[in-house]
Design a protein around this ligand. Sequence first.
Ligand code: PGA
Length: 261
Amino acid sequence: MITRKTLLVANWKMNMTVGQSSVLVANLHKTIAGRRDIEVVLAPSFLALQPLSLQIDRRRFRLAAQNAFHKDAGGFTGEVSFSMLQDLVHYVIIGHSERRIFFSETNEMIRDKVAACIRNGLRPILCIGETSAERSEGHAKQVVHDQIITALSNVTSEDLHSIVIAYEPVWAITTFGGEIAKPGDMKGMIDYIRSQIRDLYGDVAARSVRILYGGSVDEHNARSYLEIEGCDGALVGSASLNYHKFSGIVEAAYRHNRREK
Ligand code: PGA
């Protein structure tokens, strides 16, 4: 049987100074115990990655970058490459809707980032999801399909195991309105994404790939998303900035995995 370990990712976005990040990590160390069946990943700002890599207990937390540039080095003022992140992080979030919308990242740019991420031995957390207009026009599946096909076009079946997919409907993300998505509706999309992976890479890959849900997940609703069959965790924005809320989400995942109330 293929088991997929629950993955909870805290996307801190452009929030907190290095000092504030360090305080939050110290608090998370007090409130989140190491759980063998749950992987907890923190994605602070670039600046905080280096100090936090020294501070974190690696048995409890892993680090992710929120973005990187697809070239390894060169004249690209202001950018940070995947190769620079190699010793610091396990994962890199790629194609977050804020990057697609505010920084005009295209599916092709995201494809190049996914390839660079894998080439540098890091694991992509590939974000996909439709806008509310695309959903109301009935195009949600088509949008997600195009995002997957392009982003993975250079990914071989050997490399697929390193990829995590985060399904985040844009309209459900706090930044873009934060409508609370119905878990039942999300199941259809998660099933659809897994079926796309099956079509591209076969059944074993489809059963192995982890698919997360993201969009206004908090300590109260986390379990309802984790209970969706085929949902392997959550990408958490706002609620991950508060250690009570984020530890509540980790606790909800722990109870869910044990089928406890
Ligand atoms: P949110 O953000 O939890 O604040 O909606 C999720 C995300 O953007 O990844």
